[in-house]
Design a protein around this ligand. Structure first.
Ligand code: GDD
Ligand code: GTP
Length: 410
């Protein structure tokens, strides 16, 4: 397997990731200090046979995106390209559009990876190569989740003897199976024949989006072509902004195994902490566990940060306390102010629970407890309490001595 395709979506996608995706394409959002999709690229680069990575998306190739691709090429010494669709063509439509580029140099099979899933990808990719037999036209990485969460994903009926996917239903309205599609595929190039048939049927209908899941897998399941590679290890999807904090936590734990030098060894850090080299953290501030600090951040004396992502250019003033939150680019947290969210807690007796909360509100329209998110350029006054809140970019919270709880501030 010499190629990997990573689908990065585009504007219009990533809506569940707001307000953070208003400022940066979700694939570039930092997880444990590095852009989300860099973790996927790094995992692909660790597979010796992979020589080329194609990122497909509907984002305009901005200077930021082009610079990122150049940096990735230099860093991993691979042929990495960003390919832009003319509209969101769906998970199958997008690879079909660029099939000529995928098929060059005699590709027989390739990886297709969604950028919004998180797991120990490098281990999984090599295990999938070892597991796959040539006749397994479609090999899907499957994971087990809690029954009530399964309906947010593609559900698969898997024959435990043969690993064949005998039924596939994308986001069913009632419970089908807790084996779900984990968003990593090893596909033989015959997939383009199957997509081509759907493409021909759609010509002239004005609908040029084709879904690998709803249009292809649901039809091909049970025909001896679709197989599941069940991943028993950790997996999560990153749909909501709050899930980024948990993803960062998991990634920093993986740094221990693959990149221990990325974790801080400073005396005032407790547990896994990533600090960008340009950040200035006062020695009397205490960070961690599960904290990542972006570039040019200033953390003043006596401040406390735990289980949070602090984005570039933020100032955390003296004795402020930030717990289970994401503080957006260039925001200021006032001194003695407390910004606190509700951490994502995985139940120890429920090993298959995933972290993503798909719903912001309960049945009565009340905001569910969540990670607190301060959008870009938020200025919070001194001595305020902000709890379980989501604040859209650019807010100056004047005269809010009483603080803000369980609210979305538009
Ligand atoms: N380039 C491009 N073009 N990328 C796309 C497009 C498109 O038209 N549509 C989706 N993507 C990318 C997204 O950016 C994301 O990385 C991935 O493909 C899947 O996105 P969604 O279409 O939003 O699907 P989903 O995440 O709700 O569900 C899919 O993933 C689940 C695992 O997280 C399905 O495959 C489910 O079956 C699966 O369980
Ligand atoms: P668990 O992780 O649930 O056990 O909670 P915890 O006991 O660690 O407390 P919590 O998550 O609420 O607080 C995390 C850290 O922040 C602890 O080390 C607290 O001492 C510290 N902390 C909590 N509130 C403040 C505060 O207002 N100011 C400062 N400077 N530190 C605080």
């Amino acid at each position: 397997v010499s190629k990997a395709v990573i689908l990065v979506g585009g504007p219009g996608k990533g809506t569940r990731f707001r307000p953070l995706s208003l400022d940066i394409p979700k694939p570039l959002f930092p997880i444990a200090g590095l852009p989300l999709v860099q973790h996927h690229i790094e995992s692909c680069a660790s597979i010796e046979t992979i020589k080329e990575i194609l990122l497909i998306g509907f984002f305009q190739p901005t200077e930021q995106l082009n610079r990122f691709v150049r940096e990735m090429k230099d860093e991993y010494k691979l042929n990495i390209r960003y390919l832009q669709e003319y509209s969101l063509l769906g998970t199958a439509g997008s690879i079909y559009l660029f099939r000529d580029l995928i098929l060059t140099s005699g590709t027989e099979a390739f990886f297709l990876i969604f950028c919004d899933i998180f797991c120990d990808l490098r281990g999984i990719l090599s295990n999938m190569i070892a597991f796959r037999e040539k006749w397994m036209n479609y090999l899907v990485m499957g994971v087990q989740v809690e029954n009530e969460q399964s309906m947010n994903y593609g559900c698969m009926g898997v024959n435990p003897q043969t690993n064949e996917v005998v039924h596939y239903i994308e986001k069913p309205s009632s419970f089908v199976s807790n084996h779900i599609n984990g968003g990593v595929y090893l596909l033989s190039t015959e997939v383009f024949d199957d997509i081509s048939k759907i493409f021909q049927e759609r010509v002239g209908t004005g609908n040029d989006s084709i879904s690998l899941e709803s249009d292809i897998l649901s039809k091909q399941a049970g025909q001896g072509k679709v197989f599941a590679f069940m991943n028993e290890a950790f997996w999560m999807s990153i749909k909501s902004a709050g899930s980024a904090v948990y993803a960062s936590r998991i990634m920093m734990e993986m740094y221990k195994k693959y990149h221990p030098n990325r974790l801080s060894t400073d005396a005032n850090c407790d547990g896994n902490v990533y600090i960008h080299p340009s950040a200035k953290v006062h020695p009397s501030a205490k960070l961690g566990p599960h904290v990542s600090i972006g570039s040019n951040v200033v953390v003043e004396e006596g401040a406390r940060v735990k289980n949070s992502i602090i984005l570039d250019g933020v100032i955390i003033k003296k004795h402020a306390c930030v717990l289970s939150s994401i503080v957006g680019w260039h925001s200021t947290v006032g001194s003695w102010t407390r910004v606190e969210g509700t951490p994502t807690q995985l139940h120890p007796d429920r090993p298959h629970a995933t972290t993503d909360n798909f719903y912001l509100f309960d049945d009565n329209g009340k905001l569910l407890p969540t990670i607190t998110i301060l959008g870009r350029d938020t200025i919070t006054p001194d001595e305020t309490i902000i709890r379980n809140a989501i604040i859209l970019p650019g807010k100056e919270l004047h005269g809010m001595k009483l603080g803000l709880q369980n609210q979305i501030l538009l």
